[in-house]
Structures are given as C-alpha cells and as structure tokens.
Design a protein around this ligand. Structure first.
Ligand code: BGC
Length: 430
C-alpha cells in the first residue's frame, strides 16, 4: 500500500545559496560580519563547503542522488568585486557549473540575491541607497547576459522580508541596523529592484530568442496564529505581523501595487511581476505579542522552530487564492543535527503536498548539504548530505537516501515509510 503518490508534474530537488556553501570569497557583507565577531560559533563563511572548488564532485553527488532540479545562487561579490568591474573568471565559473548540471539532466533555478552584498555596495548604503536599483540591475544584466542562454528560471531576491527584518529591524544581520524607516526603505527599493529585474530578464532572454523565461522572488511564508483564538489582542498581533512581515511585501513585489505600510512607489506601474509563486516554508509562529512565539507542546527542531507540516499547504493556498500561478516550494527543510527526524519531516511535508489540489509543481528541499547557516554558523545542520568541515568529506545521510528513494518512486510506499520515516519528534514544554 502506498502512503502517498506524488502528482506526475511535481519535480523534486534541492536548494543551496552561494555564500552558504562556496567558501573562498572574502568580499561580502557576511565576511565582514564574521570579522566583527557576529557569528555565534565563530565560524568563517570563507570556509563553508568549499563548493566553489568542489562543484564538479558536488554536481556528481546531486546526480547520484537523483535530483531533477536544483536551486542555487551566484555570489555577487565574486562577480562584481569592485563597483562596475566584473570578473570574467567568476562568470565563466558559473557558466561551467550550469553546463555541468544540464549535462547531468538537472534543471537549474538561479538565485541572483540571497542575503549577501558585496562590501563596497554595503558601504554605500546597500539596498537603502538611492542607487540600489541602478547598481542591482547592472549586475543582473551582466549575469543574465552571460548565462541567459542556458538558464530559463530565476529568483531575483531571496526572502526580502527575512533580510529586511534581520538586517534592518532586529539588527542581528549585516549591516546591523534597527530602524523601521530603514525596513520600509528596503522594501521600497526591493520592489524597484525586483520589478526592474523581472522586466530586464524577460527582455534579455526574449532578445536571445527564448520564450520560456520564468522569474519570481522567493517568499518566506510562515503561518501566523494567535496563541488564544478568542483573545482580541493575540488576534490583532497575528493579523498585523502577517501584514507587516509578508502580505505587504508580497503584494508590492508581485504586483508593484500600493500596500500598507510600504505605500505607493513612484515610477512603478502596477502589473504582474511573477511567473510562479515561490514559497520558502519552515514553520509556524504562535503569537501573543509583537514577537515570534512557539506553540506549547509542539514538535520542535534543533533551533526550537515548530514543525508544522500542514502549514506548507496553508501557505500555498493563501498565496494561490490571491496570485493564481504555479507554485514552487523553493525551500523547505529543518535543522536536525543528528538526522534523527528529518525523514519524518520530509515525509509529512510531501504527504501534505500530495494530498491537496494546488498546482505545486516543484519541491526544493533545503538543504542539499550542511552549510554555513548565517549567524548560527556551522552549528546548525540542514543538509541531506553531512559535511565534515575539517576534511570537507561529504557523506549522504539516512534522510538523503530516503529522499533519493522518494524521487525514484515518486512517492512513499509502506515499505519506505517503515524503513525510514517512522521516527520520533522531540516536543516542547506543555
Ligand atoms: C534561507 C536560507 C536558510 C534557511 C534556514 C531560509 O530562510 O533562505 O538561507 O539557511 O532559511 O534557516
């Protein structure tokens, strides 16, 4: 008996981000953050997985594991180490990597911005700068001009809300600011950058003769739930947090439309600036104030995030009802340092996807390999593949083998479930 069979048109793969796996680069805002001692375990993003040198071995591993699709990023600070000066070496490197993926039958989805900025850009104000749009679009033009013939799918910006909140509200990510005004400025400039990049990528590829271009931005979507469903204050907090953290930015970037509190943006014509709905889904927030909270007694991952599989479909439905486009789950995964419950996590999230009627056509598990997890450094493991950071040895985890089997069978049989996914979660306090 099959536990579930995935829909025929759902493709499965994994995701990564340049700074989190490449190593070697020292010109980004996160290297600076490391130097300032802001990474909890002191690990250096210049180490990470050394993927920049090992991309051939890693591409073989992706193919060996049966990946059909792969979302990954390019590092802006490598490509444009000085303002306006582009590195032919870096561009050629990425071209070679993409060609290799294609040769192995793995379809790439390319992320252009994933939380990190070249330091020179950060120093002139980053995405707060009045020049952000011009500078970002010049970079996008260079990248897409170089690889546009071999990549049809793009994410312009990864999780604008998480970036703005952590970097400009809580101040825990570079540049470490705490200002609501800055958050709004970032949101407005991200809208300009995304809308501009959306149009630019379409126009560049159509000049190259392609009509299959797919562009979106990756939305970090959480489920916001009031701690007590009858408490008006909890309800207001949940509604406002949802609006401030995700509804407004999604509307602004997707449609270029006025959204509270971002407002109307001069020179942006309302339109449709996405070809697919991109969702990064991890967890649910149970709120009783204007802060994140976790449901009592809920299953938790190693970072204390609630494991709430139904939320993947609730989030997808919420966006689909408004935006009506194919849905790509561009990230979903968990921090499980000992790989004790990841199989069950994957099983439950994919089961939720299999058992609904939404047009979810891609699932990218986060992450292919353990990596540099921002301020958690190397201490938080999200990978299907274990990495020994000292030796850089890669070992496929149990969950990696499970995922490979799921791809092969396009579902989970009773046998596979019993072999892998019959695992225990750990629970928070009641
Ligand atoms: C980010 C990733 C990150 C993951 C796990 C997502 O919000 O896009 O870069 O590693 O969450 O924290």
């Amino acid at each position: 008996m099959a536990h579930f069979v995935l829909k025929k048109d759902l493709k499965l793969g994994v995701a990564t981000a340049a700074t989190q796996i490449e190593g070697g680069d020292t010109g980004s805002s996160w290297n600076d953050w490391y130097k300032k001692g802001r990474i909890k375990d002191g690990s250096n993003p210049a180490r990470a997985n050394d993927h920049y040198n090992r991309f051939r071995e890693d591409t073989d591993l992706l193919a060996f594991m049966g990946m059909e699709i792969y979302r990954f990023g390019v590092e802006w600070s490598r490509i444009e180490p000085e303002e306006g000066k582009f590195s032919q070496e870096a561009l050629s490197h990425y071209r070679e990597e993409i060609l290799l993926l294609r040769e192995r039958g793995i379809m790439p989805l390319l992320t252009l911005h994933h939380f990190t900025n070249p330091l020179w850009f950060e120093q002139i104000g980053g995405f707060e700068s009045a020049r952000a749009e011009e500078i970002f679009l010049r970079y996008v033009e260079k990248v897409v001009g170089f690889v546009g013939d071999i990549v049809s799918e793009y994410i312009t910006i990864n999780e604008p809300n998480v970036y703005a909140t952590n970097s400009y509200f809580f101040g825990v990510w570079p540049p470490g600011k705490s200002s609501f005004k800055s958050v709004i400025r970032i949101y407005r400039n991200f809208t300009r950058c995304h809308v501009g990049a959306y149009k630019l990528i379409h126009s560049l590829r159509s000049k190259m003769g392609f009509s299959d271009t797919q562009v979106s931005f990756a939305n970090h979507i959480r489920v916001f739930e009031p701690k007590c469903r009858f408490n008006p204050y909890h309800i207001i907090c949940a509604v406002l947090l949802r609006q401030l953290f995700q509804t407004a930015i999604t509307k602004s970037l997707s449609w270029g439309k006025k959204a509270f509190p971002i407002g109307k943006i001069k020179d942006i014509t309302p339109g449709k600036y996405y070809d697919f709905i991109s969702i990064n889904y991890y967890s649910r927030s149970t709120v009783a104030s204007f802060a994140d909270g976790v449901k009592r007694g809920a299953p938790l991952n190693d970072l204390g995030w609630e494991i709430y599989p139904a939320g993947i479909v609730e989030s997808a439905k919420m966006l689909y009802d408004l935006y009506k486009a194919p849905i790509y789950i561009t990230e979903n995964g968990t921090c499980d340092n000992e790989d004790k419950f990841r199989c069950r996590y994957i099983f439950e999230h994919l089961k939720a996807i299999a058992e609904n009627h939404l047009p979810i056509t891609r699932y990218y598990h986060w992450c292919f390999i353990d990596n540099f997890e921002w301020i958690e450094g190397e201490s938080a493991r999200f990978g299907l593949v274990h990495v020994d950071y000292e030796t850089q040895k890669r070992t496929i985890k149990r969950s990696g083998n499970f995922y490979t089997q799921i791809i092969r069978e396009h579902g989970v049989s009773e046998y596979l479930f019993n072999e892998y996914a019959n695992q225990e979660y750990k629970f928070g306090n009641d």
